[in-house]
Write a protein that binds this ligand. Structure first.
Ligand SMILES: Nc1ncnc2c1ncn2[C@@H]1O[C@H](COP(=O)(O)OP(=O)(O)OP(=O)(O)O)[C@@H](O)[C@H]1O
Ligand SMILES: [Mg+2]
Length: 352
């Protein structure tokens, strides 16, 4: 179902995105070693990744690094090692082989134990020996919290030496991901490495309309043109919200107005928990978002608003905070001005 409100896994559930899908699949087929799927939240990165892994002929493993980090407050080698291995639990023979070749690994039945001397690099080397293998890290910017485990170095080693492996990384905090991978820093392990980037952008108006029409057609529901137009205007091409809206109308039978309000209510809960980490670093983020939501888009005007509300802040500190919002994907910079990317977040800050 097109309006199924979870990351999609099958090609037929994925609306449009054909070019992006072909792009990733072709890169995998060509043996490229590092592929990035990029774009702000709720644009369908996980869906594109899942469908890709489903479509390609090679074996793959996927770790949701954001989920892992929020569950274990760490992504050290034991945590990530365990996640990688647990997604291999159906492959008995491979696991046996890995047990023979990777130190610190014991497997009994479906249980995997990892001891102190376990090394991710050894695991990757063993997978590389096995043959072509695709390793995906969803929301890879969280790998920066590896502590003593330096994933940038591990990735650089693998990209340079393990010719059978392809890594696919997704990132919604695109700037954070690039800060972590540091392709342009001569002192960084991944400096100058080639990476194939696939960038997801929001749906155009036409595509958003077509998406809603297809979804309602599939569900056998007729919806007034004016309501479709209104939804398209409200969700501004963010497929995650369009999907939720459609789902609420189809599965919960809500009318147009109720569905809009319910999406907003759910968005508020989701966004509050997403942003709480950021706000714990600095309460100023909230005021900056508020300023932008109110329509201030120039650096100077946003800063004046923040100063008025919270008192003096020096230019470079303010710039850093604003830049972090851009790097996290919440704010986009267009033509030297700043805008909130997601229309639901904009409304939350305008009203709240
Ligand atoms: N091309 C698509 N066709 C149909 N539904 C889609 C498509 N892309 C995304 N969706 C739906 O939109 C929602 C968000 O998609 P998904 O979780 O894949 O996005 P994401 O970019 O990974 O989001 P996040 O950054 O929050 O992890 C899901 O409910 C998914 O089913
Ligand atoms: Mg995702």
């Amino acid at each position: 179902m097109l309006f199924f409100p979870y990351p999609k896994t099958k090609r037929e559930e994925l609306f449009d995105r054909e070019n992006e899908l072909e792009d990733v699949i072709k890169a995998v087929d060509m043996g490229e070693r590092l592929i990035l799927i990029l774009g702000p939240r709720r644009l369908g990165k996980s869906s594109l990744l899942n469908v890709t892994l489903n479509e390609i002929e090679y074996p793959s493993i996927k770790v949701d690094v954001r989920k892992t980090y929020s569950e274990f407050s760490s992504v050290n080698r034991y945590v990530i090692g365990r996640m990688l291995l647990s997604s291999l639990s159906g492959r008995k023979r491979l696991l046996e082989e890995l047990k023979r070749n990777v130190k610190g690994l014991s497997v009994s039945g479906v249980r995997v134990e990892i001891a102190k001397d376990f090394s991710i690099v050894e695991l990757l080397e063993a997978l590389n020996e096995y043959g072509r293998f695709i390793i995906a890290f969803d929301e890879a910017q969280y790998l920066r919290f590896g502590g003593a485990t330096r994933y940038d170095g591990i990735l650089a080693y693998a990209v340079d030496n393990l010719e059978n492996l392809t890594f696919i990384l997704t990132g919604s905090e695109v700037g954070m991901l690039f800060d972590f991978l540091r392709f342009e820093d001569p002192r960084a392990p991944l400096f100058g490495r080639y990476h194939h980037d696939v960038v997801l952008s929001r749906f155009s108006r036409d595509l958003s309309l077509e998406f809603l029409k297809s979804g309602f057609r599939e569900a056998g529901m007729r919806i007034k043109e004016g309501e479709l137009e209104d939804a398209v205007n409200t969700f501004d091409g963010v497929v995650g919200w369009l999907t939720l809206y459609g789902y609420l109308r189809v599965a919960r039978g809500l009318d147009h107005g109720k569905a809009l309000e319910e999406v907003f209510r759910e968005a508020k809960a989701i966004v509050e928990s997403e942003l709480s980490r950021l706000f714990s670093y600095s309460p100023r983020y909230k005021v900056i978002l508020k300023a932008i939501a109110l329509g201030y888009s120039r650096w100077r005007d946003i800063k004046d608003y923040v100063t008025l509300k919270l008192g003096y802040i020096n230019d470079s500190n303010f710039s850093k905070l604003l830049e972090n919002l851009v790097k996290s994907g919440y704010v986009e910079k267009r033509g030297g001005r700043y805008y909130i990317f997601d229309p639901m977040i904009e409304r939350i800050f305008k009203e709240g």
